[in-house]
Design a protein around this ligand. Structure first.
Ligand SMILES: [Zn+2]
Length: 131
């Protein structure tokens, strides 16, 4: 488990070189790179999207469902894997996240990992094309 101070996390997001709504994080379960912009596109409420970012996978808003087992080689499982997102949220019972954000008051909050600048910019460009 990696721990990161909130200021360092903000700096890492800023270093992506995109606008705040396009700053990107990676779901630890399905690996989908997502931003506030992609969450809104998936159906997340705009006024709450900051709470969902880096915490709930955008698949929760599209209703795409959980990822199939890696052992499932069926056509349906393959088709499902080609879709973005999964039903994961860090608010659940299991702690499978790989990053924890530490706040100045010592509180800790699990987070999706922060995407690289290349990943964030690629997602922004993809969203711009499909908008
Ligand atoms: Zn996911």
């Amino acid at each position: 488990m990696k721990k990161m101070l909130i200021d360092d996390a903000r700096a890492a997001l800023s270093a992506q070189g995109v606008s705040p709504r396009n700053m990107a994080a990676i779901c630890p379960i399905c690996g989908t790179i997502q931003s506030m912009a992609s969450l809104v596109r998936a159906g997340a409420p705009k006024d709450k999207v900051e709470d969902y970012f880096a915490f709930s996978c955008e698949g929760r808003f599209t209703g795409v469902g959980p990822l199939p087992s890696e052992k499932d080689r069926s056509a349906a499982a393959k088709a499902r894997r080609s879709q973005r997102g999964c039903d994961w949220t860090l608010g659940g019972l299991f702690s499978l996240h790989k990053l924890t954000i530490v706040y100045p008051d010592g509180k800790e909050r699990p987070s999706f990992q922060i995407a690289t600048a290349e990943q964030a910019q690629a997602l922004r460009d993809e969203l711009a094309v499909s908008a």
